[in-house]
Design a protein. Structure first.
Length: 609
């Protein structure tokens, strides 16, 4: 980014003393913004960020924008983290909806409430990239002292507007950091990302049919193509690239007959693709992408009452759990495999007080028993054979300041349960190798599909640890039991199918709604991804290929069994334990059973059963 902040400071002094800045000392958009702010003045009463519930409501209202922006935010996240910046997406009113990037910079951004729920319109915050973009309607940067308010002077921001097909600003994408960290490519990055979002948004929301075109055939089907939406023979929407290729503006183009714009009627355009010669003489390669939206037919009839919206149990459970976790109470999430336990934990982190800290997830069932202690608690240099030089901090220390998510905690070995309990009681972690205890501070979320109270009663899970981690319990319903199942299926399909402009027939929706979904939401997402991948662009999914889940086989005829089944199981476990040298994980793997089964056997053996 450009240097010369001393000149900016001089321009500020001249502006506030004399009412104008010397020509050329600051960019024209900065001068115009300063004039607006001097005349109207920022409003400090708008500086208080929204409550979490209101932010969720705003996100819900802007879900189309957020769905289309997420791939670009994900792409900017690593760049932002590497350069000590954050990337934010805002609605058309300047309210920040989401952020990604450097956890290092977040505390500084928090000083001026640069976070979700905060209003960064020019009327609230004075000259700033987000608010000034909303008024100037073009990509721009605001650097250091160019901000109207002194306390924002430590920021350097680059932002670009996201336009919908009618030329309205649908949102703003922004990169913010310190002047020394925001690099020279920031403005180009957000401008390019905003164009990608516009392309995705246009394809997902345009009415009628869409013409894809460009002067170069190789750019069709890419975010650099022009898009024109046509309904009843007239242009109803266009993207910015399309306007440039046609030499039009939204004001001059929208509502015009296709024939005036393209030189021929819509019916004479070959859907498979052709070269169009415009009235201006320019040539474009074009093809039609059929709309996924069904054509509405007007039939005089009494309007049926709308069904009452079905509450999303996920959101209802989340709202309460966020408040509990923010109060420092551990949350235990239970539910069937695939019900969304990790997604729920991630949203708890994203919505909670520690959203700017790390989210550290540990799958206790996936870690080998011989490594789980080092993975969780860390180790010093030379603590064991094969240890990395300089040691490793461990996952518990990595979660400091954030949220620790222990998935499948029912599979944690008993010895590790004892160590974890001590950490939760003392808030100190001692690495392997005898290092000094390190103080940690994190919120705890655990998840399991096991019946922990039953495991505790059988001695396979510490009851004192259960009481410590289950401060508040959340039972996620299976997909088959969710009252919003039909709406959830539709929402997930629309999100996955938006780039391909696919529709879902009522028959296919009924088929999906009737399915038992033993794999829950995870199985549903895989099924929908398959349906989207197999469907032709712009088509309608009429049927979905579902995995058949066979009914349980009839029991085999009884056979003489001189030994009880439980005794046979115990004998098999004992033989496997001996063969595996007492290693529980290897024993469970050899027998194809859960580790908790082996632990229950060992607990019963200790009690003399």
């Amino acid at each position: 980014m450009p240097s010369g902040l001393s000149r900016v400071q001089q321009a500020r002094e001249r502006f506030f003393d004399e009412g104008r800045a010397p020509d050329g000392w600051v960019p024209p958009h900065i001068t115009r913004s300063w004039m607006r702010c001097r005349s109207q003045g920022p409003r400090p009463e708008l500086w208080v960020p929204m409550a979490t519930a209101l932010v969720r409501e705003r996100r819900h209202e802007a879900r189309s924008l957020l769905d289309c922006a997420m791939p670009e935010l994900d792409g900017l996240a690593q760049h932002a983290a590497d350069t000590g910046c954050i990337a934010v997406i805002c609605g058309p009113d300047g309210i920040i909806l989401d952020e990604v990037g450097s956890t290092e910079f977040v505390p500084k951004a928090d000083r001026v409430a640069l976070r979700p729920g905060a209003d960064w319109s020019e009327g609230a915050r004075g000259t700033n990239a987000i608010g000034t973009v909303l008024i100037e309607r073009e990509a721009l940067a605001v650097l250091g002292g160019e901000h109207f308010l002194d306390h924002n002077g430590f920021l350097a921001c680059a932002a670009a507007p996201v336009f919908d097909g009618a030329g309205h600003v649908a949102g703003v994408l922004d990169l913010s950091g310190e002047p020394s960290r925001l690099d020279a490519h920031a403005l180009g990055l957000v401008r390019l990302a905003a164009r990608q979002i516009e392309h995705r948004l246009m394809l997902a929301s345009a009415r009628g049919q869409v013409l894809r075109f460009h002067a170069k055939a190789g750019l069709l089907g890419t975010p650099r193509e022009g898009l024109l939406a046509v309904e009843d023979g007239r242009v109803v929407a266009a993207n910015g690239i399309g306007l440039s290729l046609l030499g039009e503006t939204w004001d001059s183009l929208l509502g015009q007959p296709v024939e005036r714009v393209l030189g021929r009627t819509w019916s004479r355009i070959d859907p498979r693709g052709e070269v169009l010669v415009l009235p201006s003489g320019a040539s474009l390669v074009a093809g039609i992408a059929p709309s996924a939206r069904p054509v509405a037919v007007s039939v005089p009839a009494r309007e049926a009452p709308r069904p009452a919206p079905v509450a999303d149990p996920f959101d209802t459970l989340l709202a309460v759990a966020v408040r509990v976790l923010d109060a420092g109470v551990p949350v235990l999430v239970t539910g069937e495999t695939g019900a969304g336990k990790e997604v729920f934990a991630q949203r708890l982190h994203h919505e909670g007080r520690r959203r700017h800290g790390p989210f550290v997830a540990v799958n206790c069932a996936a870690l080998p028993e011989t490594l789980i202690e080092a993975e969780l608690f860390g180790y010093d240099d030379g603590a064991f054979t094969g240890a990395r030089r300089r040691g490793a901090p461990g996952r518990l220390r990595e979660a400091d300041g954030g949220v620790l998510f222990l998935d499948e905690i029912g599979d944690m070995p008993l010895a590790m349960q004892t160590r974890l309990l001590r950490v939760l009681e003392t808030r100190e972690v001692t690495p392997l190798g005898g290092g000094k205890p390190v103080t940690v501070d994190f919120d705890l979320v655990c998840a399991t599909h096991c019946d922990l109270p039953r495991l505790a009663a059988e001695g396979a899970f510490r009851s004192d640890l259960l009481y410590r981690i289950a401060g508040y319990g959340v039972a996620l319903p299976a997909l088959r039991d969710r009252p919003d199942r039909r709406g959830l299926i539709r929402k997930l399909f629309d999100t996955l199918a938006a780039p391909r402009r696919l529709a879902l027939s009522d028959e296919a929706l009924d088929q999906l709604d009737r399915h038992p979904w033993p794999g829950n939401v995870r199985e549903l997402i895989h099924t929908l991804k398959t349906a989207v991948a197999l469907a032709p662009d712009g088509g309608t999914v009429e049927r979905v290929q579902l995995v058949a889940h066979p009914a349980p086989a009839d029991p085999a005829p009884p056979v003489a069994a001189p030994v009880a089944l439980g005794d046979l199981t115990a004998q098999a476990i004992e033989r496997a334990l001996q063969a595996c040298g007492g290693r529980v994980a290897d024993t469970a793997r050899q027998l194809g059973i859960h580790r908790s089964t082996v632990y229950r056997h060992l607990a019963q053996r200790r009690r003399g059963h």
